[in-house]
Every structure is written in C-alpha cells, then in structure tokens.
Ligand binder design. Structure first.
Ligand code: ACM
Ligand code: ZN
Length: 574
C-alpha cells in the first residue's frame, strides 16, 4: 500500500472521531447560552448520582426528578437521587446571587454543578443540560449505546427579555388538552415563559364561563368553515367545527404550564372579534342582529377576516357581561396580565348606533387629528376594563390598536402591525411586546417555495414568507428608540394563528423549527446570535422532534413540505 493510501485510510478512520470532537465543541443548545467556556475532558453521566441541595421550590425538585427519570431510562443506567451537597455526580443547588431565570452549569470530569436562584433558572438549566446529551434523552426508549458523556465546560446564562411568548389560537381551530400540553412541552424546550392563549373569536368561544353558559353552548360551534382561500359566505366544507375547555381543563393546563415555568396569559378579544359571543347573547351587539349580513341573526362566523359586528359599548349590560367574564378568567388564571384584545374593531356599528353616539356625546369625545371620536370611544372602554382589572391587582395587554394618546401608561401594548406602532408606544412610555406580523407570524409560509407547502394566509407571495433567516434577522430595538424606550420593550412573541391550520401535524410543522429562531431573539444578547451556529444545531433538534413525535419543517435546508404532504386542504395555488 502506498504511503498516501495509508494516510487516506487513517483519515477515513479518524474522521468520525474528529466529527464527534467537533460536535462536542459546538453544543447544539438553542437558544444558545449567553456565555459558554469549553474545557477539556468529559463527564460520564449515565448512572451518575444526583444531589438536590437547598432547592426549596417543589416545582424545581420535581423538574430535577423528571430529568433523572428520563436520563436513567434513556441511558439504561439508574441514577440515584440524594439530598444535600456532594463533591461528585450532578449537584443541583440554590444560589441566591444568580439573577432570576438565570443559571450556572459547571461540568467537570467528576461533578456537574447546576445552580440557580429560582425555579425557572433550575428549569432552564435542565433544558440546557438535556441539549448537551444524546437526543434520546427526549424519547421513551433506552439507548445505552449512545454517547452519554458531557463535554466539560462552564455556562453562565440568563435571558435578554423577561417576556418570551408564543400565541396559540385555539379559536379558528380547536386544539385538545393533550395537543395544547404537547405544544407547551415544546415551548419549554426553548425556554419560552408565556403562552398567550387566544380563547375567544368570531369563529368560536373556547372557555367555559359559568355565568354565561351559552358562550360555550352556542358560541363554541360554527356550522361550517370556508374552503381554502375562498372567503365567500357560501364557501363551505359542510361540517361543523368547535370545542371548548371546561374550567377544570383550564386549571389542569395552567398547572401543567406552571410546572414548566410557563405562565398562561388568557386573551378575551374585545370589543371586536366577538361574533361568537354576540351569537350567544345577541343583546351584546348594537342592533341585536347582524349588520354585516343585514336581516340575519348573529351567527358564529364561518369565514376568516374582520367582522363589522362588534360589542355595543353603550349598554350597561355589555360592561356587566365583560366584568362577569373577567371575574371567572381572573379566578382561573393567576397571571399578572390579562390580554383584552382590542385589534381589528371596525367602528361602523358605533357610528350608526344611536346609543353609542349618545354615549360618545355624554363622554364629550371628539375627533382629534387622525383619531376619530369612535377610536377614543374604544380607548374609554379599554380604560374601564383596565380600571376593573387593576382593582383586582391585574394589568392589561392589548393589541397595538388600543394605543391612543389617552391610553393609560400602565397598559402594555402588543405590537403586531408595523413596527412603527411599537416604537411610538415605547417612546410614549408604554411597555411593549414585539410580535410584528411581517417578522414573527408563524402562520406565514416558511419558504419562498410554495409547491408542497400548505395553504397559508400569505398565499404564494414570496416576499411575505417568513423564512428562518428572515425571522432571525429581526431585532426589536430600533435606532428610533432611546434608552428609555428600549427599557420599555419587555419582550418578544411569535404568533401562531390557525385560520388555515386544521390539524395538529400542520400546527407543529409551522412551529418547528422556527420556534428555535424566535427563542434566540427572545433569549440571546444580540452579539450572541449566529445563523450558521443555529443551523448547525438544527439536525440535533430534528432528532429531538422525532424523539418527541413532533412534526417539523425542513424548509431551512430547502426541502419543502411535510412527509407525505398530508395537508388537510389542497393548496389551490399548487
Ligand atoms: C392580529 O393579528 N389581528 C392581532
Ligand atoms: Zn352601540
């Protein structure tokens, strides 16, 4: 054999080891920690004893125990759990000087030390630790031959933004309790801490309210749904759609999320997007029957889009209704914030409604510049709700349409339209959550290709596609913002509306892996972002999705469509 043949054979033999070495060096953790220092050597984790020292939060102890159970099952070697400090094994302990939600992991050859000051910190450390292990840690089958070693390193980490959310729309299509929990599980993998749960809409009311039972008896079902992109009223798939969560189920989901360091912020969208409520209680509307479909009663809406049928704000019974609903919402959801919607509310009904016009006059509201008196009328309504919630110790979030110069500064504005609305609100002193539709709407198509992609609200317009690269390039701070305005940007959210998403597979496909890009915008300091590093980690995350039985898109690598292209609705543009 010639000398260089021997060299080639040696290189071929060594190549997988070099690859493994390289893989150990670039950890596939997403969102990537804000400080990582690699060291030599590895810790052998299979069967390593686990110590819990000074963790006083039962949720933190439960999270450690769940990790240990998964590690033992996947590695095929049982790790024992003990209490108190130790100088070997994996030691989880409390360190009060670490900032809230932050954590430190030190991996030595004999010991892994995991420290945080609170439950979220411990929980996020565990998410990081999992992603330093074979993806089988996410599965249910033993994989003793996988590489159960952890590269020695020091990680010190904390999030950039305190609010890191995903919106899930359960109204356009309904998701079962198990489906919502699976979704929450995947949010937890990416250290997101808010599920913005969209629970009421024109097309369906989804939460049991005991004072108003018809909301679910009538408002939770629609007779049919438009087909594809055809928005004519006669367009019909000829089958009913619906569903709702009992208060017991809501409590179960809230607790499930809490155990994963996720707060659920409920949204009751008002005074627009309320047709399902109007169909249940027609006295809530200005005219008691539809303005959009003259002569017809209100019906749970079967088409997507915006309806002219909205809540009449002039009737005392409307506010009484809203307070009654919010009383039960506050009982079910312990979150500081309640989202009160406020988007896409046409003012045509109020312009024509004598009671609304009388109320506008009584309140002394007038047009000012580009802001109509009806816009101020919505602000008045928003302020009334805000006052009511504040009396109960809660704060409001509303879509950016709620922002006028008369809005109270303590209202948080969720910027979904152009970023300029968010900039203006932050400059005016409002806390702002950024989810501009052109950047962070994950119901938008994820590739400029459209063959094999499911139908979406963006149709086949390539400029509207939110590819992983386009999403990742988004930076919430802009040059128009001064330091004070930047301090008002409390977080970032991706939104998953479900008009065109009717199956759990499709829902998951839209979420993964763009959730990883959103998570890095939410978690990583701007200097830590690196699209090449993110993409290098995605093959690991695809294995993770497979272990968890979660459908994902490969659009980022140029492969369009879900395996088998099993879309519920044929894409008419294909
Ligand atoms: C929205 O997308 N209408 C908030
Ligand atoms: Zn009215």
């Amino acid at each position: 054999m010639k000398k260089y043949h021997i060299l080639l054979v040696m290189a071929a033999l060594l190549w997988p080891c070099m690859f493994a070495f390289a893989a150990k060096k670039s950890l596939p953790i997403l969102p990537y920690p804000n400080s990582v220092e690699m060291k030599g050597g590895v810790f052998k984790i299979a069967g390593a004893p686990v110590s819990i020292s000074g963790l006083d939060d039962a949720k933190a102890v439960a999270a450690v125990k769940e990790f240990v159970a998964d590690l033992s099952a996947a590695s095929g070697k049982q790790s024992e759990v003990r209490t108190g400090d130790a100088d070997n094994g994996i030691v989880f302990s409390k360190e009060t000087s670490i900032p809230s939600e932050g954590y430190v992991i030190e991996v030595g050859k004999k010991k892994i030390s995991v420290r945080a000051s609170d439950f979220p910190g411990i929980f996020y450390a565990i998410q990081t630790l999992r992603q330093m292990l074979p993806s089988e840690i996410y599965g249910h089958l033993p994989a003793p031959s996988a590489d159960w070693t952890v590269a020695c390193c020091r990680i010190e980490d904390k999030p950039r933004f305190s609010y890191r959310g995903t919106l899930l729309d359960c109204c356009r299509h309904f998701w079962t309790v198990e489906e919502v929990k699976k979704f929450i599980d995947m949010m937890a993998v990416y250290k997101q801490n808010v599920l913005h749960w969209h629970l009421s809409e024109d097309q369906g009311w989804r939460i049991e309210i005991k004072k108003y039972p018809e909301l679910t008896e009538i408002g939770s079902w629609r007779t049919h749904t438009q087909v594809g992109l055809d928005r004519r009223p006669e367009s019909s798939d000829r089958r009913p759609h619906g569903g709702w969560y009992s208060q017991e189920e809501i409590r179960d989901i809230v607790a499930y999320a809490e155990n994963r360091a996720i707060t659920i912020i409920p949204e009751i969208d008002m005074p627009g997007h309320m047709v399902a409520a109007l169909a249940s209680y027609p006295w809530l509307g200005c005219f008691g029957k539809s303005m959009e479909f003259p002569g017809e009663p209100y019906k749970v809406r079967t088409m997507w889009g915006v309806s002219k049928d909205v809540l009449c704000l002039a009737k005392p019974t409307s506010l009484e209704f809203v307070y009654g609903v919010l009383d039960e919402i506050m009982e079910l959801f312990p979150s500081k914030y309640i989202h009160i919607g406020g988007d896409e509310c046409p003012r045509t009904a109020w312009e024509k409604c004598p009671a609304c016009q009388a109320k506008i006059a009584e309140l002394g509201l007038e047009d000012k510049g580009k802001t109509s008196k009806e816009s101020y009328y919505q602000t008045w309504f928003t302020l009334e709700i805000q006052k009511y919630l504040a009396e109960h110790g809660r704060s409001i979030i509303g879509w950016d349409e709620i922002f006028t110069d008369k809005l109270s500064k303590s209202a948080t504005v969720m910027n979904w339209r152009d970023v300029s609305y968010g900039i203006r609100a932050a400059l005016a002193g409002h806390d702002v959550i950024c989810c501009p539709s052109r950047k962070l709407y994950i119901d938008y198509r994820q590739t400029v290709q459209y063959e094999h992609e499911p139908i979406s609200i963006t149709r086949n317009r390539p400029e509207r596609a939110i590819t992983i690269e386009r999403m990742y390039a988004y930076e919430p701070f802009t040059e128009e913002m001064n330091d004070e305005a930047k301090a008002h940007v409390i977080g970032v959210q991706q939104n998953l509306w479900t008009e065109y998403i009717a199956t759990p597979d499709h829902l998951e496909y839209m979420f993964a892996p763009r959730c990883a890009a959103a998570a890095e915008i939410q978690w990583c300091e701007p200097g830590r972002k690196d699209i090449a590093r993110l993409k290098a980690a995605l093959p690991y995350h695809e294995k993770l999705y497979e272990q968890k039985g979660f459908v994902y898109s490969q659009a980022w690598r140029g492969i369009s469509g879900m395996p088998g292209n099993r879309w519920p609705i044929e894409n008419p543009e294909n």
